[in-house]
Write a protein that binds this ligand. Sequence first.
Ligand code: FES
Length: 204
Amino acid sequence: MAVEQRANPRPAAPVEVARQAEARKIARRSFLRVSVFAGLSLGLLSMAAGFLAFFNLRKPQGFGGTVNVVKARIPKAGSDPARISEGKFWLSNLQGAQGDIFGVGGTGGLLALYWKCPHLGCTVPWNASYNGAQVAFPGIIGWFKCPCHGSTYSHAGVRVFGPAPRSMDTMAVTVNSDASITVDTGKITLGGIDNPLREVTYSG
Ligand code: FES
């Protein structure tokens, strides 16, 4: 009985072997290229995240960003304004028409006043004993009084005297559920005699 002889497989042609080797090289190169690109991208992203975190740019807090003021720091209605240094503003809690010097219709509430004088930028302090009689408003004690050139502003930051071109600028105020407030010091509105209309109702 004849035994069937199996033929030896034919070795791949040299051209085919070379083609396969070249294909493997190309695949390896592509993989390396993608890996290097992905590594570089990740490195750059983490550097950018570190930069933003270092300079606190993602959600800035303090002046230029938001400032939280806890209830204990918020002045009582009608009392002197509170100086909030980290946000560079005065926080007034006005009672009724307090500070509404020109009668635009203020009904009271919170007002965050940027302490930078609209004239030449000096920091404006609160002067609790200054008598309004000196600026034609007798009977009103307590004004913001710029030490540089004398611009004078009411409790609501309304300008009544001096070279400042407008009233004190205001910042956006939001009242939170725990009776704290958030002041967005990056959202500044140029001051005007309508400052009292920007007051935010606050019941504490
Ligand atoms: S800088 Fe305030 S009045 Fe000039």
